[in-house]
Design a protein around this ligand. Structure first.
Ligand SMILES: [Zn+2]
Ligand SMILES: [Zn+2]
Length: 334
């Protein structure tokens, strides 16, 4: 099969992924072979390429995978050949530890990330346990469905952890693939959404999707915010977000790593009055089982820009520069 492979930690500017011919993977017991049609491009890939999180090397990146079941290992019970499925960041968890038993499999010490600890979706084929493959509604094309698996589902987890209630005010810092889906869910719940981003094009998209206000990351919105989700890779947005939080409000930081440190936070100014900060780590299968049907029901239609597999380096560079409107998706060769 054709695959774009990362061999060593590098800068994204160096075009680090190489097109290679790899042997087709074989499904083990309980696993399915998936012929991939589309795979989303996510910020986590930039963290892997640049070494802020450590992937296994060499590795095939990609964890927003859409494809069809093309083969089955022994003991597969739930899926059939030809079924359309999605594969997300959660590739496996142990199922036995305290975190797994309490419904927090995202925190499992044995958690394995697709396209990080295992080969992922920047390829024509992959294998996955049938328990970690998700049915995809016919409402979505392959390319539209791909960003739902991480940008969408993690965004849904961010909203849940933010504790947002219907009709409250929500701030979004950064307006990339995840935020443009989050705003559609929040609007569906009647929330008023305030979007902070430098990019004119991203502000434009936010207004099209129903933002009540848009501005820069230093600007002050016309109302205090009950919840804020920070999608940016920089530290400075944290005090900016806390400044605009309502008493008792919560800031959720939705990235795996910040590129630079969070500036010192004056307690009285930024945290007093029961303001909270929470991070988000990984995702559970329950998040996906809750979010995917909701996305079909609303319906959420992600804005996608498609690239060919061989253009993966270019797509990642545009993502790093914040130049993709909505979500980037790679299309696999037949
Ligand atoms: Zn992701
Ligand atoms: Zn576990």
């Amino acid at each position: 099969m054709k695959a774009m492979v990362l061999k060593e930690i590098s800068l994204t500017e160096m075009e680090p992924l190489q097109m290679m011919d790899l042997p087709d993977p074989h499904p083990g017991p309980g696993e399915v072979l998936v012929k991939i049609s589309a795979c989303g491009v996510c910020h986590t890939e930039l963290d892997e390429i640049e070494g802020r999180i450590q992937p296994r090397l060499p590795v095939v990146l990609g964890h927003e995978i859409i494809g069809r079941v093309a083969g089955m290992g022994k003991g597969v019970l739930k899926l059939n050949a030809g079924d359309r499925v999605g594969i997300a960041w959660i590739n496996s968890a142990c199922g036995k530890c305290r975190f797994c038993r309490e419904g927090n499999e995202n925190l499992c010490p044995e958690f394995k990330g697709t396209g990080c600890d295992t080969d992922g979706g920047y390829a024509q084929y992959t294998v996955v346990s049938e328990d970690f493959a998700f049915p995809i509604s016919e409402r979505f094309s392959d390319a539209q469905a791909a960003p739902l698996l991480c940008a969408g589902a993690i965004g849904y987890r961010d909203l849940k952890l933010a504790g947002i209630k219907p009709n409250q005010t929500l701030g979004l810092f950064g307006f990339g693939a995840s935020a443009h889906i989050v705003i559609q869910v929040a609007r569906h719940w009647g929330c008023k959404v305030f979007v902070f981003t430098r990019s004119e094009e991203h502000r434009d998209l936010a207004e099209t999707l129903g933002a009540a206000w848009t501005g820069g990351t230093e600007d002050e919105p016309p109302e205090k915010l009950h919840c804020v989700i920070d999608f940016t890779p920089v530290g400075e947005t944290v005090p900016n977000a806390l400044r605009n939080l309502e008493k008792g409000g919560r800031l959720v930081i939705a990235v795996i790593r910040k590129r630079n440190p969070i500036p010192p936070l004056d307690y009285a100014r930024y945290l007093w009055d029961e303001r909270e900060i929470k991070s988000v780590a990984n995702i559970t299968r329950e998040d996906l089982h809750n979010f995917l049907p909701l996305a079909a029901e609303i319906p959420i239609i992600p804005e996608v820009r498609e690239f060919e597999l061989k253009e993966a380096n270019k797509a990642l560079m545009l993502l790093k520069e914040g130049k993709i409107r909505g979500a980037g998706v790679l299309r696999m060769p037949d």
